[in-house]
Design a protein around this ligand. Structure first.
Ligand SMILES: [Mg+2]
Length: 367
């Protein structure tokens, strides 16, 4: 089997509801870059690289990586990973080169699964446990009451955990945490994501407040550049620290682990180096006794890739499940994921179990 083509499909989805996060920032549209790898065996693989800039991922995949891959056997995944990320004289160690390689890597795993006729998690040695436990990822910045109402609706749907996005001042955050905790009750895991919104003193103040509300994890309180600061917070605060969506490769995660910076490591499969690298980060996390909860706030392709990694690693807990009604999410699955008694089963179709249905994609496609 040989790779005959590597290309990208880029989309941009305008959002009906603006997604507000820390420091007054908000998302009004969400983009994505899919990677499509064709073979002479008639098998097509699909991946996704989260840039965050889809047009940069597109350029890197098509101009830098495609020429290195065409004509090669798509099943030689480790070799292709090295060809993209470690063989060059000058290394692209972090950033969008790794994101672009992640998208290619995911597409190659999709091809491998389809070639062998099994879901990707089987190729990775899974499943290690039962179905995955999702938490509802949403609760972007609004007034406390609508955030609390929305949180309660996710608990009613059967989610055992909900995540909110705060970071606009400790007092304003406190009002929202109090309202959400009141709405979801004491049994629901409540995660709080600050999206890197605070400096060290405010992160400390906010962390003490969150502990009063039994917050499950405190996500990205600080800039991802401040690993020492994260470690100091983890040492001082009662609330567990989560971070890693802005980190790349196993070497980047080794820095987090060596610094004792996180209780929950959050590699993004679409950024950290794909399924190949996420699996290794999970293994590394096991050696440090660190729980992995992959960051996943993207399309159905990324969700599927994350589910396969999680289903095959004993280090993983809590599937991040986007409940914002993103139109390119469940709709991309061959068999859409469903919440059953608070759990979601990993895809059973060969490969990732997703496809870029033109009826869904074309509406948002950017040429
Ligand atoms: Mg986050």
């Amino acid at each position: 089997m040989q790779i005959t083509d590597v290309r990208t499909i880029r989309i941009e989805v305008p959002l009906e509801r603006s997604l507000g996060v820390s420091r007054g920032r908000a998302l009004d549209a969400r983009g994505a870059a899919f990677v499509v790898v064709e073979t002479d065996a008639g098998i097509t693989g699909v991946g996704e690289g989260v840039g965050p800039e889809p047009y940069i991922v597109e350029r890197i995949v098509e101009e830098k990586y495609a020429p290195r891959l065409i004509g090669k056997n798509p099943l030689d995944i480790e070799r292709h990973w090295a060809a993209m990320l470690t063989d060059d004289l000058y290394k692209d160690r972090k950033g969008q080169g790794v994101s672009a390689a992640s998208g290619v890597d995911i597409a190659l795993w999709d091809i491998a699964g389809k070639h062998h006729g099994v879901p990707v998690y089987r190729l990775l040695g899974g499943p290690v446990g039962g179905d995955l436990k999702p938490y509802a990822s949403d609760l972007f910045w609004q007034a406390p009451e609508p955030m609390a109402d929305r949180a309660a609706s996710y608990v009613d749907r059967g989610f055992a955990g909900v995540k909110t996005h705060l970071g606009r001042g400790v007092d304003a955050d406190k009002e929202r945490v109090a309202a959400i905790r009141d709405a979801v009750g004491p049994e629901t895991a409540l995660m709080v994501d600050m999206n890197c919104g605070y400096d060290r003193p405010d992160a400390r103040r906010a962390g003490r407040m969150l502990a009063e509300y039994d917050v499950y994890w405190y996500e990205e309180p600080l800039s991802p550049y401040d690993i020492e600061g994260l470690a100091a917070l983890r040492e001082e605060l009662a609330v567990p620290i989560a971070a890693g969506e802005n980190e790349y490769t196993k070497w980047g995660f080794q820095d987090l682990f060596e610094a004792d910076a996180v209780d929950y490591a959050m590699p993004d499969v679409m950024r950290c180096g794909g399924i190949t690298e996420a699996t290794k980060i999970c293994a590394l996390a096991e050696t440090y006794g660190t729980v992995v909860t992959p960051h996943c706030f993207t399309t159905g392709v990324g969700l599927a890739a994350s589910m396969h990694v999680m289903a095959a690693s004993p280090a993983c807990e809590w599937l991040e499940f986007d409940v914002t009604d993103f139109p390119v999410y469940e709709a991309l699955f061959e068999t859409p994921p469903t919440l059953d008694d608070g759990r979601i089963a990993p895809p059973e179709d060969p490969g990732l179990g997703v496809s870029l249905d033109p009826d869904v994609i074309d509406e948002y496609r950017v040429d």
